[in-house]
Design a protein around this ligand. Structure first.
Ligand code: GLN
Length: 212
């Protein structure tokens, strides 16, 4: 099944490809029916209707975003309405701030996150996570040195929690997950994000690809 917008064909989802698990996300987006490309520079960013920032190492990626001058164009597109989904490290990169750390972020969603919050014993855990927005069956959520959400602003929707802490949130066109849906066979979170992308494209927000 291809995710289509009624206007002009398939939506194009991008995965920020500076560091992290890019290939897995591209494969999962394709399985969920989208055209998916790696976003390595501004020209790639101009081609996409929505962007995923994958898991990886947040300090490294913030440095690379600055070095390749990609942070600002991403912020501009997202403020103009382009959907963005941060998984794990990606959610840290888009958060308002990181608790107990002086770490720069893109500040695109009003949450404060704690890095590596689930502790060493949970460095790699697969959890049956209830996510009501995705239906009744729990989601097989894979947590790898995952952050949790310590504070969320009033406009932030809490979509899932684990051990009393938010692990999936949405504020308008920005989605964040502490876990790694690209490593599960279950495509429901990718499909959820692609719906956001298709809707934004239909509504003609954030898809003026020249904004960037
Ligand atoms: N621990 C990493 C960080 O804090 C995130 C881990 C991940 O993305 N799997 O940047």
């Amino acid at each position: 099944m291809a995710i289509k917008s009624s206007k002009d064909g398939r939506v194009v989802a991008g995965v920020l490809a500076l560091q992290g698990d890019v290939v897995e996300h591209i494969a999962a987006l394709r399985r969920a029916g989208a055209e998916a490309i790696a976003v390595k520079n501004r020209a790639d960013l101009d081609r996409v209707d929505g962007l995923v920032i994958p898991g990886g190492e947040s300090t490294t990626v913030m440095k690379l975003l600055a070095r390749f001058e990609m942070g600002e164009p991403i912020v501009r597109r997202v403020r103009a309405g382009m959907p963005l989904w941060g998984t794990c490290m990606g959610m840290i990169v888009v958060a308002h701030d990181v608790v107990e750390m002086q770490q720069p972020t893109l500040d695109l969603i009003d949450i404060s996150v704690r890095r590596n919050a689930f502790g060493r014993q949970n460095d790699s855990a697969e959890v049956d996570l209830p996510i009501p927005a995705l239906g009744e069956a729990p989601f097989p959520a894979i947590f790898i040195r995952a952050p949790w959400i310590e504070r969320a602003g009033a406009d932030v929707q809490l979509l899932a929690e684990r051990n009393g802490h938010g692990v999936m949130v949405r504020q308008g066109n920005v989605l964040g997950t502490s876990f790694h849906p690209e490593l599960s066979a279950d495509a429901r979170v990718h499909a959820y994000f692609l719906e956001m992308v298709a809707e934004a494209r239909e509504a003609h927000v954030g898809n003026d690809r020249n904004v960037a």
